[in-house]
Design a protein around this ligand. Structure first.
Ligand code: ATP
Length: 241
């Protein structure tokens, strides 16, 4: 992003933002409510209106991207929400495999006719998020933390280059939240997937992310290594204008 102004309809939300992400980074976005964190995060999927400036994601120019390329971009970007976005009535395994739909034709997916290599891959992703022992359970039988882990495994199944996590742990108790953050870091380090996460808890951003981006009132007011975030800078990020 260079000098980028983004928003909704006629309302500019992020103004003149410069933001560059290197492949394989783990970035935490922090800032007060309404600052524009979700707008910044979701803009990576090409879903937010560009008013001005330069915006490239994975070699796609988002200023005038064609529908076909938008689909290609979105295939490479996994999104995890606070609300888990899983299919409740089907099993953990089926949810994870549904992330591979690019490879598995819908007809085969409906009758659950999975190939050995697909099951092997699904197991690898379930192992990394530590949910394999619940693979046959329906998702509505799982705890919040377990569901979030399934959502990560499903995102991984699509072999994305980028994972966007919008407040992935804000609905979880501290122990489950830490486990999910650890898994996101493991995913980032094991597969080299770039992870960008909006985080309400500053401590998690400091502990797990390599880099922190502080947003306040539509501006990036901090962008540096996590260890360089001092109390004073935190105050600046969270000051209401
Ligand atoms: N779909 C939308 N249409 C119009 N305005 C929106 C939309 N989504 C968000 N906004 C506005 O954009 C601004 C930034 O919202 P955003 O959700 O990006 O902030 P945030 O920092 O993620 O906040 P929070 O931490 O509360 O989730 C807010 O003023 C909000 O009202």
């Amino acid at each position: 992003m260079k000098n980028l102004t983004l928003g909704y309809k006629k309302e500019e939300i992020l103004k003149n933002v410069d933001f560059k992400v290197k492949e394989g980074e783990f970035i935490g976005i922090i800032g007060p409510s309404g600052a524009g964190k979700s707008t910044l995060l979701m803009s990576v999927t090409g879903g937010i209106k560009v008013f001005d400036g330069k915006f490239e994601v994975l070699d796609f120019d988002l200023n005038n991207i064609k529908k076909k390329n938008l689909v290609k971009l979105r295939e490479q970007v996994g999104v995890i929400f606070q609300g888990y976005n899983l299919v409740d009535r089907i099993s953990v395994l089926d949810n994870v495999i549904s992330g591979m739909l690019k490879e598995i034709p819908l007809t085969r997916a409906i009758i659950k006719l999975y190939k050995k290599k697909e099951l092997k891959k699904a197991k690898e992703y379930m192992d990394i998020v530590d949910i394999t022992k619940h693979s046959m359970k329906r998702c509505d039988e799982l705890s919040g933390g377990q569901r979030q882990r399934v959502a990560i495994a499903r995102a991984l199944a699509a072999e994305p280059k980028i994972i966007l996590a919008d407040e992935p742990v804000s609905a979880l108790d501290p122990k489950s939240a830490k486990k999910v953050m650890e898994i996101l870091r493991k995913v980032n380090k094991t597969y080299g997937v770039t992870v960008i996460a909006n985080l309400h808890h500053l401590e998690y951003a400091k502990e797990y992310c390599d880099r922190i981006v502080g947003v306040n009132d539509g501006q990036v007011v901090f962008d540096d290594k996590s260890e360089l975030l001092t109390e004073k800078l935190v105050e600046k990020i969270y000051t209401n204008n």
